[in-house]
Ligand binder design. Sequence first.
Ligand code: NOJ
Length: 750
Amino acid sequence: MKLLLTTKALLLLLLSVSLFACKQKNTEKMSINNEIEGRIDQLMDKMSIEEKVGQMVQYSGDSKATGPLKATPDQVEDVKNGMVGSMLNVTGAENVREMQKLAVENSRFGIPIIFALDVVHGYKTISPIPLAEACSWDLTAIEKSARIAAIEASAAGINWTFAPMVDIARDPRWGRVMEGAGEDTYYGSLVAAARVKGFQGSDLKNKTSIVACAKHFAGYGGVEAGKEYNYVDMSRRVMNDVYLPPFKAAVDAGVSTLMTSFNEFEGTLATANTYLLREKLKGEWGFNGFVVSDWNTIGEMVIHGMAENEKDAAELAITAGTDMDMATAAYRNYLVDLVKSGKVDEDLVDDAVRRILRIKFKLGLFDNPYKNCDPELEAKTLQCKEHLQASRDMARKSIVLLKNQGNILPLSSDLKKIAVVGALADSKPDMLGFWEGRGEAKDMTTILEGIKTGVSKSTKVLYADGYDLETFELSNPDRAISIAKESDAVVMVMGERWFMTGEASSRGDITIPGEQQQLLDKLLKTGKPIVVLLVNGRPLAIPEVAENAPAILETWILGSQAGYAVADVLFGKYNPSGKLTMSFPYATGQIPVYYNHRNTGRPELPTSDRWISHYLDIPNEPVFPFGFGLSYTTFEYSDLNLDKISMNMNGSIKISLSVTNTGKYDGEEVVQLYMRDMVASVVRPVKELKGFKKVKIKAGETVDVAFTLSAKDLAFYTKDMSYKAEPGEFKVFVGTNSVDCKEASFTLRD
Ligand code: NOJ
């Protein structure tokens, strides 16, 4: 009894200590916030309207323009006069110091500039493109990758990255799918939060923290026909169900900025969209950071025909809640006038400026404007050993094994001769990819280099380019065939060039470009064991490769350590565990094809006749579905069990199962949980991801895996647009990808 009391007392004590600590932390946070708000008040009281508007202006250094470079006013003069809030594309500790000095030492209040860059998958050490990283299903590794990017960028003067891109993307023609996490809203939201935390770290004041920017707000992933900068037409329901949740997740994770998108929503451009910016983001979600326009989206309102001139465009943008103008200079040129003439309320400007200054204060730039301007630290940090090692690890995790007929893989590193065919195998820029930060092609490891270092001393590696890297036409295919014939295994590297994905890189036909397929067909005829390595930034339509190549590894664009990572997987040093986060279509005409589509009244069933939703010439199913990826070992799922068959709105249900590693290698499996709401007030998707667990399982061992679902996991925008779960029957599916699942069901009661 005495012991019990003591334990209870101890627990109470612990609880009150932790509550006290928590309270203390919150109070500290509040007083910091109050202090910051107080400092902003004091500053803004003294600022002229011109100086306030200056904070809302962002200019670009000239290095990476992603739109028209307008005839801008003298930027240096503007910086000196305190008329520039932010610069993008100015990098390097020295350069940043120089420009910061101009602002701090010349302007009336010495307000520091915030320096921005697209640090999308690394600054100097390049990690895999975000779509590839997402295929790791390893949120800790994804967060770490963003952390490393932040450590390097911050050492080189950068305070702000335009990442993560959290646009849901269901159309692989769109080149920007390489920047995001893929087609799924639930998973995309988790990745968004992980990347925000990685960039921003635990406190923006820290030297290695940089401000993250969730983009592009919103709906950009829905560009019609996958064509870059195209219009978007979607319902408010789809916007809320599919496209907005990753932004909300980023906001909940503390993201400090958002960027608007090029497209319109409900007929109004995102940069002038009051529903998105004021109602959802700054209203319902309580976002207190700031919003930057995308490149010249304010100016482009004129071209869209939404504003007569840039002055009107500026009025529309500030009214809707765009706080900073990237690269148009419309705010700079017209906002003061708009306020003075009474067309724009000064309170709107004050709110925008307060938001911008708040982030600068949080970064600690007012206390030390040169906090990221130490060239010695920069030299030590960029591409340090630890970062390169982490990049290699992330790259291995991002690779997806798509086929392994007859267990061709892993290859023995002891073979006598290996033929490597395909010019992409020997190309450094194609390992770097789009949005390269300040990474340089010369620092990338090619696949050929990786293979050469991965084999034993006695193994001979023969290489033939096989096709021309510019035209993708065959180039001396006979040599490729002859080295294949004399080798014990053939590695054929094929896919896309680095510039075929990224911004302004949509493709109307996403098959393998040029004559690469012909080369593969010739190689297949040699009868040698052939492994296809795909290099690409988007899902490709490759039914023939999938059908005929015995082994396929999707290696994406893997960054600095690409070659080593590929070799690790090829020769079995690392057992692949990646799973696709975007479906691979059968043909371009099947797009958009994604696993969580809604049902039709005439779905295709095993017993179906002609009058169903289908194509006459191609299947309905993608070649490789969402969640798909193999391992060198095999996994068996058994004993799917629900702890109850019904639950009420406050309850929860436990779903458990066993997974056995039935193969010869230790491995990792991403166990996926999907759900379907069988009857609802609006048509619901046929499947929705609701959870996953990445588990390590030793050869021969079994692990138990469990998930819990409660009503909040079943919620959606109902007929009247309220967000809640509706009672009724639900199916759950647990499996190794979105198609191969075991099923059970339960009922949700009112
Ligand atoms: C335009 C792109 O859409 C955006 O993602 C990028 O951050 C800006 N350019 C700045 O480079």
